[in-house]
Write a protein that binds this ligand. Sequence first.
Ligand SMILES: NC(=O)c1ccc[n+]([C@@H]2O[C@H](COP(=O)([O-])OP(=O)(O)OC[C@H]3O[C@@H](n4cnc5c(N)ncnc54)[C@H](O)[C@@H]3O)[C@@H](O)[C@H]2O)c1
Length: 260
Amino acid sequence: MNFNGKVVVVTGAASGIGRAAALTFADLGADVVVLDVDAKGKEVVGDIQKKGGTAIFSRTDISRNGAVRQAVDKINQQLGGVDVLINNAATVREGNVLDVTVDEWNQVLNINLTGAYLCSKYCVPYMESRGGGAIVNVASVQGLATEQDNAAYSASKGGLIALTKSMALDLAPQNIKVNCVCPGAIETEKVKQALSESSEPNIVRQEWSDLHALRRMGTPQEVANVIVFLASGLSSFMTGTPVLVDGGMLASFGTAGKPV
Ligand SMILES: NC(=O)c1ccc[n+]([C@@H]2O[C@H](COP(=O)([O-])OP(=O)(O)OC[C@H]3O[C@@H](n4cnc5c(N)ncnc54)[C@H](O)[C@@H]3O)[C@@H](O)[C@H]2O)c1
């Protein structure tokens, strides 16, 4: 599998799963756009360039319509088109519908769902002009099953799974396949940091690990591998599909496989 000559845009690529995906696409020959609000995205570009790859940083807030339109037009000018879009950037605000403020609700939905819509809206015409492409949305197990106090995030991820199916139907005639991944708990640097700041890091880590049949959290690379597969020709008969990358979390009744 290689992405030689392909332009791959990864949103939220300054850290975590997006960073792992950007590095993997670059290793496979893609010209990569690291798109993020965080200037740390420049470091990811530096890491790719050190290994001889091609990457540019686009500092863009995906929730802002005009900013996304301008960013995608500039990417086209700099790299000559777009072939693959990974809608990965997201944010979380905990709380139920009573606790979450209207501003917090709008922020989560604007980034996690509207952001994916905007990036797709402006990238798709460039994919069409190159004869097709692929979009991979990064949703979550939280879009399929959820927990207390996560109303906005789970609504955004459920919406993203539905948007994946809708876009898959609409874009199939243009030879653009649209799929999504639904990760379980993934041990990113931010998750490691949150664990280390909890009062009982080892106990909390074990509890999170035990939510999965495999009794561990996933790594950013394990999600990136599936994203890359869904963006590649190896998944040519897949579209409109949510793919669980959850270590067996949703295979159980909610007991992580323990008998009830
Ligand atoms: N880590 C997990 O356990 C987990 C589990 C399930 C799903 N996910 C999903 O995976 C994806 C990546 O998560 P992660 O854990 O790597 O997160 P992360 O916080 O490490 O990375 C998210 C990136 O998105 C960027 N971002 C946030 N708002 C943005 C905006 N408005 N415009 C542009 N960039 C913006 C951030 O700057 C950050 O670099 C997200 O969609 C998340 O919901 C993560």
